[in-house]
Design a protein around this ligand. Structure first.
Ligand code: XLS
Ligand code: CA
Ligand code: CA
Length: 441
């Protein structure tokens, strides 16, 4: 088969002395870190929608990015050529995973039947390409936000027929994900929220969302899908207020409806910042609750208050993200999915390649730095010391549940001294972090 992107090279690791911008300077897939190769730890994935479907259009103007399959009128031939281009791109980039929405790989038809037929046709093309290029499916999902029928929500629509349609669509997407041996299945509730409470029965909508998730769990069992279910929080966009606002919100929802055994979270960096958190905050919260499933790697723009989905270039963010992931014992069966797109003026396919190289190197470097930080206990020793009052005496008795308000009041009256203050040393710790970022080899 002739190449679809003849101008794109195979990207290789060349080390940090090279001047070749189309090579990896830090991402060395086979290099071992704590006994595992970088590719096994990072599990990079390309997002089908941003890299192969996005044409650069925005609310103010038309598409700017052209693709070799533009202009193919037959929708299935178009989808087939797009799939071939996608797998050639991913092979050249050297990633092992990809993610898709049902409607990214195969076009929606005029009816559910026709859409399902399109998916069934293209899933065969994709399966063959996966085998040929040795690329696996990190996760699949259903697009329950684009079609006008979902304007009032999918599982949280006021209309029960729309709920039914969404269920039928997820059933099929789950079956295709299973067929392609997807490691996870993601729910991102683009329209699952509200625009105004003046027209909203919040309690029914949330109960229905939980019913919908339970049905998915039951169906997975029915068809033998063993992948991990993930919920991807986002505070707003496209709705004013989405129900999966952030990690804390999702965890309380899952616990209320007894779904916490079946779901973990897929955390996107730009969604964390939209919710007013750092990416690390969301990762930490998920990690300490044993819920960290997978991550969508990108970054927002500090001056723009919306979801810009840029390729990650911030070494502080990637270092601290990898710090959480290593402390989590890794992220498998999840991975690091590039939910990132090039700017509207970056119009050539090679720009998409630069974007991924930028992100992969920034994460690979972050991984190495985080590993050193952990190995040297550079932060842990300080934290341990900072909380030492809970290791013995009064603190230990509090932890063991042996104190109450009466005994604590007595303790303060008899023994408390005001002069035991200590410094939080934030600046010193930032100095240490910088030292590791600057000096890690
Ligand atoms: C949109 C979301 C979406 C999910 C998958 O903001 O990030 O792309 O990752 O539906
Ligand atoms: Ca995402
Ligand atoms: Ca996003």
């Amino acid at each position: 088969m002739s190449e679809i992107f003849p101008e794109l090279p195979y990207v290789k690791y060349e080390g940090n002395e090279t001047k070749n911008l189309l090579s990896f300077k830090y991402y060395n897939p086979k290099e071992k870190i704590k006994g595992q190769s970088m590719e096994e730890i990072l599990r990079f994935s390309v997002a089908y929608w941003h890299s192969f479907c996005n044409n650069g259009s925005d609310p103010f103007g038309a598409g700017t990015l052209t693709k070799p399959w533009d202009g193919i009128e037959d929708p299935l031939k178009h989808a087939q050529k797009k799939a071939e281009g996608a797998f050639e791109f991913m092979d050249k980039l050297g990633v092992n995973y990809f993610c898709f929405h049902d409607r990214d790989i195969a076009p929606a038809g005029k009816s559910l039947k026709e859409s399902n037929h399109n998916l069934d046709t293209i899933k065969e093309v994709v399966k063959k390409l996966m085998e040929e290029k040795k690329i696996k499916l990190l996760w699949g999902t259903a697009n329950l936000f684009e079609h006008p029928r979902y304007a009032n929500g999918a599982a949280t629509s006021n209309n029960s027929e729309v709920f039914a349609y969404a269920a039928a669509q997820v059933k099929k997407a789950l079956e295709v994900t299973n067929y392609l041996e997807g490691k996870n299945y993601v729910f991102w509730g683009g329209r699952e929220g509200y625009e105004t409470l003046l027209n909203t029965n919040m309690s029914l909508e949330q109960d229905n969302l939980a019913r919908f998730f339970s049905m998915a769990v039951d169906h997975a069992e029915k068809i033998g899908f063993n992948g991990q279910f993930l919920i991807e929080p986002k505070p707003m966009e496209p709705t004013k207020h989405q129900y999966d606002f952030d990690i804390a919100n999702v965890l309380s929802f899952l616990r209320k409806y007894d779904l916490d055994d079946y779901f973990k979270v897929n955390i996107e960096a730009n969604h964390a910042t939209l919710a007013g958190h750092t990416f690390q905050h969301e990762l930490r919260l998920a990690r300490i609750n044993n819920s960290l499933g997978s991550i969508d790697i990108n970054q927002g723009d500090p001056q723009l208050g919306w979801d810009t989905d840029q390729f990650p270039s911030n070494i502080y963010m990637t270092t601290l993200a990898m710090y959480e992931i290593l402390n989590n014992g890794g992220i498998s069966p999840g991975g690091l999915n590039f939910d990132a797109k090039v700017r509207r003026s970056s119009i050539e396919p090679i720009d998409i390649m630069y974007g991924h190289i930028l992100g992969m190197d920034t994460y690979a470097r972050g991984l190495k730095i985080a590993n050193e930080l952990i190995k040297d206990r550079a932060l842990e020793n300080f934290i341990k010391e900072r909380y030492k009052s809970y290791d013995k005496g009064l603190g230990l008795r509090i932890k063991d549940g042996k104190e109450d308000f009466d005994s604590l009041e007595k303790y303060v009256l008899d023994q408390y001294t005001e002069n035991k203050k200590d410094s939080g040393r934030q600046e010193m710790l930032e100095l240490i972090l910088n030292q590791y970022i600057f000096e890690t080899r």
